[in-house]
Design a protein around this ligand. Structure first.
Ligand SMILES: C=C(O[C@H]1C=CC=C(C(=O)O)[C@@H]1O)C(=O)O
Ligand SMILES: [Mg+2]
Length: 468
């Protein structure tokens, strides 16, 4: 069992209550301890009973960084369209401006941090599907486990108001002990009993692809990413833990995430980084252009070769490279990227991949970069604004957080956002899965349809579906 012996929390809470009285606003106290390693998945799962609907999980593709949060001690949200990035940034700064932080460890993702995301397009008409998520939604957890390079850190966040007294300290330390004593236990996972899969209007989707291709000639548009949806029904309630366990087992080289809000859970295993900030170092990625994996090593290699030389996929990819390079150059002194894409091989699919590294000029925040980059032409299209408008008009789908920035930021401004593809929304005993592909002048509706079918596989299999 992991125990926390020494704590500065008592004094912190005392000071924060005083501060809250003086300022007539609530004050966050955050304390970080280095602890013996706990499995972050066990930690997430251990919160089911007490914190269901208030949890998040995050793993980076290298499997080096994990964040898992239980409980919500603060929330930042916005349903405004245009300035939601700015709003979240402003609220976060306001929160952090008064916070008392006890953190001896200079490690990203420890101390006060928020986890969440921005929907793909706040101006798209919202359906009931995404009613549990705002256009921008971030949670500051009560308890957070951070694993960085094998070392474990535990953050306790407490909000103190002018009306609190020291009974708050007793309450928090008792709850924290309980959280830590449950956290190391292997969870019992529920069965996933998938009843049926409804493919939402595939013929209409193919027709839309053909219409977009035919429309390119007389328009400024060069690329539009179109997505489609599967609706799944289960015999029983789907436990996000079971899905997450399957994703962690099978999708190693992915950002694996789960984000709960009001009982629904957005979950996925995405190969695509939007942007990571570590001090002045920035990392982004261009990921577009796809082909299946081969059954034999020879077939796999020749499919990879085909992708690396295929004109249509190279164009689809190059649009993304040009946009990300241009955006990074605006805020970086130096931007480094290889001249040619390489292959990124995932379990069921291979992609063209160009990593981008930059040195950030001082003052550019992570959320500014997220705003500037989203959506890249791997998710929206080119030109950016015209593509978003086109998708808004013709796509028969409420994307919500699909293809949108999902990730975390800490109180020092470091953090990471993935592009939430290969993802789905779990709602009781139903789920919606989403997959899209980049439509360019040389696209063919049938082969784009097949490409989306492959892209459904990671989530479909994680939910107990069969590979077709
Ligand atoms: C939009 C998706 O994939 C994007 C990322 C990689 C490759 C893509 C492609 O080749 O079309 C897409 O741009 C998705 O998986 O839903
Ligand atoms: Mg494609």
């Amino acid at each position: 069992m992991v125990a926390i012996q020494e704590t500065e929390l008592r004094q912190g809470i005392l000071d924060a209550i005083e501060r809250a009285k003086g300022q007539s606003q609530s004050v966050l106290v955050s304390e970080v301890h280095k602890i013996d390693r706990i499995d972050p998945f066990y930690f997430f799962a251990s919160g089911r009973e007490k914190f269901f609907g208030e949890r998040f999980f995050w793993k980076d593709p290298e499997g080096e960084d994990f964040l898992a949060g239980l409980g919500i001690c603060g929330q930042i949200q916005s349903d405004q369209g245009a300035d939601r990035f700015f709003h979240v940034e402003k609220e976060w700064k306001r929160f952090m401006g008064t916070a008392l932080v006890f953190n001896k460890h200079n490690v990203n993702g420890t101390g006060p941090s928020m986890f969440g995301g921005f929907t793909f397009d706040p101006l798209k008409k919202k359906t009931s599907l995404w009613s549990k998520f705002s256009e921008a939604l971030f949670h500051i957890p009560k308890y957070m486990l951070t694993i960085v390079k094998g070392e474990a850190y535990f953050t306790t966040n407490v909000i103190c108001t002018q009306h609190d007294d020291m009974s708050l300290f007793d309450k928090v330390t008792r709850e924290r002990e309980e959280v830590l004593s449950n956290a190391g236990q292997k969870p019992a996972l529920g069965r996933l009993d998938l009843k049926d899969i409804i493919e939402i209007d595939p013929e209409a989707w193919k027709q839309t692809v053909t219409d977009v291709v035919n429309g390119f000639e007389n328009s400024e548009l060069k690329k539009v990413v179109l997505a489609r949806e599967l609706r799944l029904h289960f015999t029983d309630e789907v436990q996000s833990e079971s899905v997450l366990a399957n994703l962690l087992e099978n999708q190693h080289k992915s950002f694996t995430f789960a984000f709960e809000s009001n009982g629904d859970c957005f979950i996925g295993a995405s190969p695509e980084r939007l942007v990571k900030k570590d001090g002045a170092s920035l990392f982004s990625a261009c990921l577009a252009g796809s082909i299946a994996r081969g059954i034999t090593p020879d077939e796999d290699e020749s499919l990879g070769e085909e992708l690396l030389t295929d004109e249509k996929n190279l164009i689809e990819h190059q649009y993304v490279v040009d946009m990300i390079k241009g955006a990074m150059e605006e805020t970086c002194d130096e931007v480094i990227l290889p001249e040619q894409p390489v292959l990124m091989k995932m379990k069921y699919i291979q992609h063209l991949y160009t990593p981008v590294i930059g040195r950030n000029r001082e003052g550019t925040s992570l959320l500014h970069l997220v705003n500037r980059l989203h959506p890249t032409p791997a998710l929206g299209g080119l030109p950016k604004q015209a593509a978003i408008v086109k998708i808004r008009e013709i796509e028969q789908l409420d994307r919500g957080l699909y293809a949108a920035p999902v990730g975390w930021m800490d109180y020092q401004g470091n953090g990471e956002f993935a592009v939430a593809i290969r993802s789905g929304l779990i709602q009781g005993n139903e789920a919606s899965l989403f997959a899209g592909c980049g439509i360019v002048a040389d696209s063919n509706a049938e082969s784009e349809y097949k490409e989306t079918s492959i892209k459904f596989r990671p989530m479909l299999t994680a939910l107990g579906g069969k590979i077709t």
